[in-house]
Ligand binder design. Structure first.
Ligand SMILES: *Cc1c(COP(=O)(O)O)cnc(C)c1O
Length: 410
């Protein structure tokens, strides 16, 4: 996993990843009046037009030409963010939503019709799994089969001629399971299905599914892309013009759940440091994973950057880094887990991930509490499992905090 996006020279005639993250779609010339070097927060809900011209259709208004009509349809701050996110994922179209959840629901809705079949990873983000079951299956007559996509054969066995969508996440939450995007892309293609990948856990800095054959990528920008735990948002990126039209219709008209200008500004600002943050998240996570792996108070560590990860070879091939999230099993019961977490100072007990500060959470009672105990057992989520979103603090302080919590357990 030494191949950084900036090293691979895949896009020779465009700037490197780090440069795109800082300035793409935010050049000083964008606002000709003041020459701001950053995109202003455009709060206006509506824009003055040049005059009444029955020959100009609203569809033809081009944000690239600074033509705006109404902010739900297009807004300069949101437009800059959408362009930058598309560029970072290597896609042609980006659409920013009010949450990751709304990016997922719009992308799935754009890809399926009632009566269609979907194949999805059985280890999806909780909200997405509930959405598939309770919205698409129960109310919209879409059949969804959940399979263990670590095994590509399970995906090829499940797809059918009427499969319209294959939906993947990799690595998954909280057990950091991987699926082979490139192999699954050819399975999806063989039945003419769209492949969507939720790339939230790694960000485009460490994994770019479109390059591996996915048709559309979504993110909860709430996590690494914004990176500071102060905004809820989402994005869908694709190079498929037709799919982009469908998702764009849902974003602007069908659902109208666009990202607000202030959140677009925060995310544009967060993106500038994405490569720096991701490198530090990974360095810190790798150190903590290695420390926990050796610790006698820990029975198991899940981190794709560890050689002991069962899919380490796939991680090496598919990802440019192990990311910043890891999980581990404490050697003890729920009471030991409660005491351990209470002893930590540097890791706030909180759900979510991808911010600069370290967080720890207990999946069984927090993110995965809506599941039944049987469902949790089937997935391998025990009462002694903890998930850590490793921040960008100095690793020495994080390790010392963990060490003192272990010492006080004895
Ligand atoms: C958080 C998350 C979501 C949902 O995003 P929101 O911004 O909370 O709506 C979807 N997928 C993954 C993998 C997530 O971590």
């Amino acid at each position: 996993m030494t191949d950084r996006p900036g090293d691979r020279g895949a896009r020779k005639d465009s700037p490197e990843f780090e440069t795109t993250a800082v300035t793409h779609a935010e050049q000083p010339s964008h606002d000709e009046r003041a020459g701001d070097v950053t995109m202003p927060i455009h709060l206006a809900s509506t824009y003055e037009v040049d005059g009444i011209d029955p020959d100009v259709s609203l569809e033809e208004l081009d944000p690239e030409e600074n033509q705006y009509l109404y902010s739900r349809l297009s807004n300069p701050t949101r437009h800059a963010l959408e362009k930058r996110l598309a560029a970072l994922e290597g896609g042609d179209h980006g659409m920013a939503f009010a949450s990751g959840t709304s990016a997922v629901v719009a992308t799935v809705t754009a890809s399926v019709s009632p009566g269609d079949h979907v194949v999805a990873f059985d280890d999806l983000y909780g909200g997405t799994k509930t959405m598939f079951k309770e919205l698409f299956c129960d109310r919209l007559d879409v059949a969804v089969d959940f399979v263990d996509a670590r095994d590509t054969d399970a995906v090829s066995d499940a797809v059918r001629d009427d499969t319209a969508l294959v939906w993947m996440e990799t690595p998954t939450n909280p057990l950091l399971r991987l699926c082979d995007i490139e192999a699954i892309a050819s399975v999806a293609e063989s039945v003419g299905a769209t492949l969507g990948v939720d790339n939230t856990f790694l960000s485009p800095y460490f994994q770019r599914p479109l390059e591996l054959g996915a048709d559309v990528v979504v993110h909860s920008t709430t996590k690494y892309l914004n990176g500071h735990s102060d905004s809820i948002g989402g994005v869908a990126v694709t190079s498929d013009d037709e799919l982009a039209d469908e998702i764009g219709f849902l974003q602007r008209v069908g659902m109208g759940n666009v990202l607000a200008p202030f959140d677009a500004f925060l995310t544009l600002r967060g993106l500038k440091t994405l490569p720096l943050r991701m490198r530090q998240h990974e360095t810190n996570a790798a150190e903590i994973a290695a420390y926990l792996d050796e610790h006698e108070g820990v029975s198991r560590v899940y981190y794709p950057g560890l050689r002991s990860h069962p899919q380490y070879d796939l991680a090496e091939r598919q990802m440019d880094g192990g990311g910043g999230v890891l999980s581990f099993e404490l050697d003890g019961d729920l009471e030991v887990v409660q005491r351990f977490v209470a002893e930590l100072d540097e890791f706030a007990l909180a759900v979510s991930l991808g911010g600069v500060e370290s967080l720890i959470e207990h999946p069984a009672s927090m993110t995965h509490s809506p599941l039944t105990p049987e469902e949790r057992e089937e997935l391998g989520i025990t009462d002694s499992l903890l998930r850590v979103s490793v921040g960008v603090e100095h690793p020495k302080d994080l390790l010392a905090d963990l060490e003192s919590a272990f010492e006080r357990l004895d």
